[in-house]
Design a protein around this ligand. Structure first.
Ligand SMILES: [Zn+2]
Length: 346
């Protein structure tokens, strides 16, 4: 999983904190034990002394086997004495041992040069936090997606599909997007009115890809444009977005494009990121409720009428979106509204 340097550094700082914290616990335990049973301090001193003698004897060619055996036996006796002393104050034998939160990597993050499972866990936690999605995706993922909100009666004249059939097609494309994410470069543009499931599907995709350790940034269009305003960093509650992440992360999701103010500053930032990610072959998902009438003809024909998106975001951005994005039009009833109604009835 590609992590930015900043993300990597913050994971390493987490390990520093864990090790420091564990050392404090260990030291507190030692003080507690010595207060309850001062003899343990003397035993520890003897153990160190005996260990040194033992080690010396083993590398000294003049030592007889009897000497090394005797020293080893004496060391063992001391260790047993220590265990008994700990037991006398109700503590287990390993009470003063080094403490590791992860026994596999001993809180280093690595096992035999490879990232430990605890490292990957931390990376995901961090990415979820960075991506703004941690709370959303627990409810909104492919497992909780339901077709029951889409009617299978009213046929859309433009596509000849019912909302239900259209959604089946769209969801299948979303699954393909996830399944082929690592080998195929593609981008999605969800178009549709409020409440037809654009954000929900973005979240489904985000959740699946985050579970496979991909780095994802999710922003509303407002957050996206705001993050360019105050220098490199912008605070959103607990999350901090460095705009350089916008070109680096595996997937960038911009939700609700069209709700923000269309200043030339915003447009040039949008163009820069979209263009840069195209060059780097890094995927983007955009959702928008701006109308794009007659989408089929927009994709096929170069002789375009001026749909909303084009007039708002200029020919430059529009042509790039149309050429490199799969445009998925969602239609149907307002699900948020229906959910609210069914909730109110219940
Ligand atoms: Zn570990």
């Amino acid at each position: 999983m590609p992590l930015t340097n900043t993300q990597y550094d913050s994971i390493m700082r987490i390990y520093d904190d864990i090790r420091t914290n564990n050392r404090h616990i260990q030291s507190d335990r030692y003080n507690e034990v010595i207060t309850a049973c001062p003899a343990i301090a003397d035993i520890d001193y003897d153990i160190i002394d005996m260990s040194v003698k033992n080690a010396r004897a083993r590398i000294d060619a003049n030592s007889s086997d009897t000497t090394t055996d005797e020293l080893a036996a004496a060391l063992k006796t001391l260790q047993q004495k220590r265990v008994s002393a700990l037991a006398s104050i109700g503590k287990p034998a390993d009470y003063l041992d080094d403490i590791y939160t992860c026994p596999y990597c001993k809180d280093s993050g690595y096992v035999n040069g490879k990232r430990c499972t605890c490292f990957n866990k931390k990376a995901i936690d961090l990415i979820y936090k960075d991506s703004n999605l941690k709370n959303i995706t627990s409810d909104e993922n492919f497992n909780t997606f339901s077709y029951s909100w889409y009617n299978n009666i009213d046929v859309d004249p433009a596509t000849g599909l019912t909302p239900y059939n259209n959604m089946q097609k769209v969801v299948s494309i979303c699954h393909d997007f996830v399944d082929n994410f690592d080998n195929t470069f593609s981008n999605l543009l969800f178009i549709g009115q409020t409440g037809v499931g654009k954000t929900f599907l973005s979240n489904c995709i985000a959740k699946s890809l985050m579970d496979s350790y991909h780095s994802i940034i999710y922003l509303t269009a407002g957050e996206f444009f705001d993050s360019f305003k105050s220098g490199d960093y912008k605070d959103y509650g607990e999350s901090k977005f460095d705009t350089s992440f916008f070109t680096e992360c595996d997937l960038l999701i911009i939700d609700d494009l069209g709700t923000e103010n269309s200043s030339s500053y915003n447009l040039s930032n949008l163009f820069y990121i979209i263009n840069e990610r195209l060059l780097r072959k890094k995927s983007v998902i955009i959702s928008s409720n701006l109308e794009m009438p007659d989408i089929e003809s927009v994709i096929i024909s170069s002789n375009l009428e001026m749909p909303d998106i084009e007039s708002r975001y200029s020919q430059r951005i529009f042509s790039r979106i149309v050429s490199a994005y799969s445009i998925l039009r969602l239609f149907g009833d307002d699900i948020r509204c229906m959910k609210k109604l069914s909730h109110d009835k219940a």
